[in-house]
Design a protein around this ligand. Structure first.
Ligand SMILES: *Cc1c(COP(=O)(O)O)cnc(C)c1O
Length: 369
């Protein structure tokens, strides 16, 4: 798709706003603090290649991903910076990760051994980060049993280089006290770790960066804020980066009693005018917005009527006589005085901004402006 003029629906991504949000993170943490922008899941759905190119210009310390494949893709772009896989990886992917020079989070002694074996087999030194579980319970060495694993990870290993240690906050956006609790657990767990002063400590995600400045360490791992998602009520709002648009592809004048969509869950109460938009749940528009959400047309809200289909959505434009075929509807983003933020849309759909962004389907072209 070379131009959005021909697209039935598309995602618009604003590079300037992405860079501005990144700069706001660097200003919040201060000079000297390294930044590891998280670009996992195709950079939260925006498109990892473009996001990495865009952020490369701002000289981040490295890039954070969740899978080995994501890391390899960035390496293949020619990126020389550290690329850190921040989630546990299947045993069979440790070899390829080490071979590609990806840095790995380590959550168990078994994984550490496998990494060491693979690095020896490839005659290289694997760079690793200690992941400490201080309450999120999904990965990391358990902070309560540090007496058992700290001595073991402290043993010298020819083919392993410790880069940093980290923990992941579970409630940075909603529970301030939990941040200091997790911080305390991390400190307790690692009190006996030799040489910890030389390691990069990293704890803060987007919400933590703005809510818990005292816990700013050598490195921070922002994600959602860069891409325009809110990070808690008392924290600054990011600039919107993403908008989603679709075309009006069909118009109808309907009589009272006409029904819309599967299950005929909407019935016109009077004579109405409807527009069909070329976007559906197959594009990532949450199906739960049927009969709940709205879109923007000519700067005004048009309610979604009936269930959202895989490829199309019907909206009521009875009060918007100016709408015509081919017009562009804004499903997410702003148009004139109206705005639908990612968080508002996610809230209405019963989910979070992260799921909305990562759910934007591959069939929507990403148009960078
Ligand atoms: C996704 C992720 C982040 C970024 O979190 P945001 O809430 O998007 O800022 C940071 N650290 C780890 C380990 C992650 O998996």
């Amino acid at each position: 798709m070379s131009t959005n003029l021909e697209a039935r629906a598309w995602v618009k991504v604003r590079a300037d706003e992405l860079r501005r949000n990144y700069t706001r993170v660097t200003e919040a943490v201060g000079a000297g603090v390294r930044v590891l922008p998280m670009v996992k899941a195709n950079a939260y759905g925006l498109g990892v290649v473009e996001v990495v190119k865009c952020l490369e210009a701002l000289d981040p310390w490295g890039f954070g991903v969740a899978t080995v494949q994501e890391g390899v893709e960035i390496r293949r772009m020619g990126v020389q910076r550290p690329i850190v896989v921040c989630s546990p990886v299947p045993p069979g992917e440790i070899g390829p990760a080490v071979e590609s020079g990806l840095e790995l989070f380590v959550s168990s002694l078994g994984t550490l051994k496998r990494i060491e074996d693979e690095a020896r087999a490839h005659s290289c030194v694997a760079a690793v980060h200690l992941d400490v579980d201080t309450g999120i319970g999904r990965s990391g060495f358990d902070w309560r049993t540090a007496g058992e694993w700290v001595p073991r990870i402290s043993e010298p290993r020819e083919h392993v280089r410790w880069v940093g240690y980290s923990t992941h906050l579970h409630s940075a956006d909603e529970d301030e006290a939990s941040i200091s609790e997790q911080w305390g657990r991390l400190g307790t767990a690692l009190a006996d770790l030799q040489g910890r002063g030389e390691l990069l400590v990293h704890v803060l995600n987007s919400a933590g960066i703005f809510r818990a400045p005292p816990f700013t360490t050598a490195l921070v791992r922002p994600g959602i804020f860069l891409y325009g998602g809110e990070v808690g009520a008392s924290n600054p709002s990011p600039d919107p980066v993403v908008s989603v648009h679709a075309r009006v592809v069909h118009l109808r004048e309907v009589e009272a009693g006409t029904t819309a969509g599967y299950g005929a869950t909407y019935r016109a109460a009077r004579s109405e005018r409807w527009a069909t938009l070329s976007i559906g749940y197959g594009d990532g528009l949450p199906r739960s917005l049927g009969n709940r959400g709205s879109v923007l047309l000519h700067g005004a809200f048009a309610p979604i009527i009936g269930r959202i289909s895989m490829d199309v959505t019907v909206v009521n434009i009875t009060d918007l006589p100016e709408v015509s075929l081919g017009d562009v509807a804004t499903v997410l983003g702003s148009d004139g005085d109206g705005a639908i933020t990612i968080d508002a849309l996610a809230g209405l759909a019963g989910t979070i901004s992260y799921e909305v962004l990562t759910g934007l389907a591959a069939r929507l072209p990403r148009v960078w402006v």
